[in-house]
Design a protein around this ligand. Structure first.
Ligand SMILES: Cc1cc2nc3c(=O)[nH]c(=O)nc-3n(C[C@H](O)[C@H](O)[C@H](O)COP(=O)(O)O)c2cc1C
Ligand code: SF4
Length: 728
């Protein structure tokens, strides 16, 4: 199909510095954990976006020198020739798709732990890091020699970037990196010409850009990523104050070819990568929109905001907010987003749901994965393409039981591969437990996980979806007539309080009683007795906090109790923790950490403190050693108890089918597999990955278990670059 002319503006070329991009789609710098140490994964991941129509693809933050070493976070690095070799592959792959490659030059001063390099980072004032206050990280205050040395490091890194083939050297001034540390009053205590007035504090940043422009600026574009507002009040950068004034100062020097603007800082980069639970599309607009009016027509501005709808993109361009649509997460969830707009296939866009699981992978120092797009990060190591599927080698009929995330994904991929699929579920709608999730407070965008698959399944003539059918027994499955069977029956919340803390039921906690509820029961409308409600959260992600908010909004007096060190502990990885805490505080929801339930009786929940026993080990009685135990308990008023303690697989159907294996042949069933939560209840991204992987590897000798993938690492006996002791 032809593209809608309303979207033509998105496909206009844009010039900046010595470069031109073929359309207005820019994949902003975002980390992956692939860095320069996994060149294949890095290159194929970015190349997929280039193939999908992103005119610019950037690396993640790229350390310019061992003084800025973020290990165990895996950033890209441009420390030496070895990194040049590895990153060149990414540039070559981007160029093969007619896209430009950008690298984000990063020196993080006082926030660099340097756990691998053991070097000492330099910074404006020799202060402790507020991002990692517990890790004892300080910068060494830089004198003017140091400042010249650091600028030289940037120049060398930009030259190495050029050698690798990069078209864009983006200086990150955002995320509290060194240029921002000089700029912000909070960090800059200097009394020399690099401290004091805004013009003085801006000097380092401007001198740095000027040096880069001189060194490489006639051949590659020199751009910057800047936060116009750190959203932290007066002592930081505020949009209408120093944020915009700094843009004016830098722009007057003519040393920046393009501005990529955002908000937040390193400590709270979840304000930039705003999750859909707290920020809606283009939430940064009020903070970034004035940059364009300062820099004028000649210098393009890139703006992000979880843009997935071409209408929102066009509106942002036409309103004068920006010239280029920046995207990190939308490009992860759908590398082919621009191509789909261009081909008039907007309904096929796999929209980012804003869950920030991708962010959580970074914060766990892991490799990037995505809930919506199970192929993200698997392009090289498993050879997966998000839009292309190997036709079935031996097409046959497949019954998929359960239409939750895993079942939908598996049926969709099997269907795209040409299998004849029946997807069956006793619910009236697709989605399994995720339908409830999408109705939790703030989680409506999570529903895109269902709607994308619903649209795709409806397009597949070889996939039949049977909803509202009676639950299938093992007899029904055996008699169904399918060649192969996939069980995707999901999981449910424990009804007896079993959780990771004790792995045993909580006395008195029985969801058959009116005063005890599971999240499913609440969403199904079970009345919540009384006013005092305790949500017992042993899960630590969004369900506990969502139940607490939902009940507080209904006028209940709510206490959120968890065995973990922090409430909603997993949200420290999705970067939602600070806003979760703000919301809990605003809504008057009380919190208790490091406690678990001892027993429940209507009106009273009895808790124990996890660390109530002695720190010392004693000879408790002759020959028997241990802690001196305490039986101290805490009572909470509790009319209703909500159990968000753990999930239990709905595994009975698979178990029975497995036990009746001898009957499979008689019914001409070749194999029965299980996927998703009925196998092991984990986060949705794992359920979707499970379903996807099984369908991709359906012809392997044992599809239940994954095939190996390529592991990128140094194999002993091959040369490394640089060699020990070589000069830098
Ligand atoms: C997983 C992930 C990693 C990111 N890493 C970086 C980074 O290394 N450098 C940077 O400037 N921004 C980084 N960002 C921020 C994004 O570039 C972008 O500004 C932000 O996600 C908002 O845009 P979006 O709504 O299009 O995702 C990252 C974002 C995500 C989701
Ligand atoms: S993991 Fe979630 S937030 Fe990140 S890109 Fe995928 S869908 Fe979007």
């Amino acid at each position: 199909m032809a593209r809608d002319p309303r979207y033509d503006i998105l496909f206009e070329p844009v010039r900046f510095g010595p470069k031109a991009m073929r359309n207005r789609f820019w994949q902003t710098s975002h980390c992956t954990g692939y860095g320069s140490d996994r060149p294949g994964t890095q290159a194929r991941f970015r190349a997929m976006k280039a193939e999908g129509g992103w005119a610019v693809v950037c690396t993640e933050f790229c350390s310019i020198h061992p003084e800025s070493d973020e290990y165990p976070w895996h950033s890209a690095r441009l420390w030496d020739e070895g990194d040049v070799v590895n990153l060149r592959y990414m540039c070559d792959e981007a160029h093969r798709q007619r896209s430009l490659a950008g690298v984000q030059l990063w020196y993080n001063g006082m926030h660099s732990p340097c756990l691998e390099s053991r070097e000492v980072p330099r910074g404006p004032s020799g202060l402790p890091s507020n991002v990692f206050p517990e890790r004892c990280i300080y910068d060494a205050a830089a004198d003017e020699d140091d400042i010249r040395a650091i600028i030289h490091m940037y120049v060398l890194a930009a030259q190495r970037a050029e050698q690798a083939g990069f078209d864009i050297a983006e200086v990150t001034g955002s995320d509290s990196t060194l240029p921002m540390q000089f700029l912000e009053r909070r960090y800059n205590r200097r009394t020399d010409r690099y401290g004091g007035s805004l013009a003085n504090r801006a000097r380092f940043y401007i001198e740095l850009m000027t040096a880069l422009k001189r060194a490489v600026g006639d051949r590659i574009a020199v751009t910057t990523r800047f936060e116009t507002d750190t959203i932290n009040g007066e002592h930081r950068i505020q949009h209408f104050d120093e944020g915009l004034h700094f843009v004016e100062l830098m722009h007057a020097e003519g040393v920046c070819d393009l501005w990529a603007v955002k908000i937040g800082d390193y400590e709270e980069w979840g304000e930039d990568a705003g999750s859909s639970r707290f920020r809606k599309t283009n939430w940064m607009r009020p903070f970034v929109s004035h940059v364009k009016s300062i820099v004028g027509a000649g210098v393009p501005v890139v703006s992000n905001g979880r843009f997935t709808s071409p209408d929102d993109m066009v509106a942002a361009l036409r309103s004068g907010q920006c010239d280029v649509i920046g995207a990190a997460r939308p490009s992860i969830a759908d590398p082919f987003l621009p191509a789909k707009i261009e081909q008039g296939r907007v309904e096929d866009i796999r929209e980012c749901i804003g869950c920030n699981i991708c962010v959580s992978r970074m914060q766990q120092q892991a490799l990037l994965s995505c809930t919506q797009n199970p192929t993200a990060g698997e392009e090289y190591r498993r050879g997966w393409h998000p839009e292309r599927f190997e036709p079935a080698a031996r097409p046959c009929s497949v019954l998929v039981v359960g239409a939750g995330p895993a079942g939908m994904e598996c049926a969709m991929v099997l269907g795209k591969r040409g299998y004849t699929v029946h997807l069956r579920d006793c619910a009236q709608e697709l989605g399994g437990h995720w339908r409830d999730v999408a109705r939790y407070p703030r989680c409506s965008e999570y529903g895109r996980l269902i709607s994308y698959r619903q649209i795709q399944l409806a397009k597949l003539r070889n996939v039949q979806v049977h909803l509202g059918v009676p639950p299938m027994s093992a007899d029904d499955v055996l008699a169904y007539g399918a060649d192969r069977v996939v069980i995707a029956t999901g999981a449910h919340w424990a009804t007896d309080g079993v959780g990771a803390e004790l792995h045993r039921p909580i006395p008195g906690a029985d969801a058959a009683r009116p005063e005890v509820l599971t999240p499913e029961q609440i969403m199904a409308g079970k009345p919540v007795v009384g006013r005092e409600v305790v949500v017992l959260d042993g899960d630590g992600y969004f369900t506990g906090v969502a139940m607490a908010e939902l009940l507080a909004d209904r006028g209940k007096s709510v206490t959120l109790v968890t065995n973990m060190n922090m409430v909603t502990e997993f949200s420290k990885y999705t970067m939602e923790m600070p806003n979760n805490k703000r919301m809990l505080n605003e809504k008057g929801i009380r919190t208790m950490v490091n406690h678990w339930a001892h027993g429940f009786a209507p009106g009273r929940l009895r808790l124990f403190y996890l660390y109530r026993d002695s720190a010392e080990l004693y000879e408790v009685e002759p020959g028997r050693w241990g802690r001196r135990t305490s039986d101290a308990l805490v009572d909470l008023e509790c009319d209703s108890l909500v159990l968000v303690t753990s999930r239990v697989p709905n595994g009975a159907l698979y178990t029975e089918l497995k036990q009746r294996r001898a009957e499979w042949q008689r019914h001409e069933i070749q194999a029965v597999y299980r996927i998703g939560d009925c196998h092991a209840p984990r986060q949705a991204l794992n359920a979707i990955f499970d379903g996807h992987r099984l369908a991709r590897e359906f012809e392997s000798p044992d599809p239940q278990h994954p095939l190996p993938f390529i592991r990128e690492r140094q194999i002993w006996g091959h040369a490394t670059i640089p060699q020990r002791g070589e000069p830098r």
